[in-house]
Unconditional design. Structure first.
Length: 177
């Protein structure tokens, strides 16, 4: 059952800038108002797993809750779901393989993995089956990297790429075992 990353990075591989901000993502011209395939991607998945930091970033947007699928938030510090998100957001903790197995057993087989530390943790446990990475043509020069150290190389096969809005590239990679 696939665990899938869908994320944007800078040319130098960062998902947030030196101030932990993602404002640079909004500098990308989008004359068509496209979601660049995000809705179609969301139709493929059963639930999301994100870290507490990513939850806080989503909440900082000041918009209605953007997800119609259940969101499982990894946290060892949160004790309750933010007000108004009961039944939409669920707190989980523990070892990632056990969390994934538990969610799979509950019928959540296709999981969207989001957030820097969360993605890195899933990669360290070799729990990522697909990477969908859109590269934005900006160099941030530092910030939160998408990738971190691994104990062993993980091999992926390039499945395809798509040019978006005349300046971004969305690449899809499938894990080979």
């Amino acid at each position: 059952m696939p665990n899938i990353v869908y994320i944007a990075t800078s040319l130098d591989g960062y998902i947030a800038d030196k101030n932990n901000q993602i404002d640079w993502l909004h500098d990308v011209p989008n004359p068509e108002g496209s979601d660049f395939g995000f809705s179609a991607f969301m139709d493929r998945i059963d639930a999301l797993i994100m870290g507490r930091n990513t939850l806080e970033i989503v909440l900082s947007f000041g918009i209605d809750w953007p997800y119609s699928k259940p969101v499982f938030v990894l946290s060892n510090t949160l004790t309750k779901v933010p007000e108004g998100l009961e039944g939409k957001v669920f707190l989980v903790s523990g070892e990632l393989p056990e969390i994934v197995q538990s969610l799979n057993e509950r019928g959540f087989g296709k999981l969207y993995i989001d957030g820097g530390k969360t993605i890195q943790g899933f990669l360290q446990c070799d729990l990522i089956d697909e990477l969908i990475i859109t590269t934005i043509p900006v160099l941030l020069g530092g910030g939160i990297p998408l990738f971190s150290e691994l104990s062993a190389p993980l091999k992926f096969k390039h499945q395809g790429c798509e040019r978006l809005a005349d300046h971004m590239v969305k690449n899809t990679f499938i894990r080979t075992r």
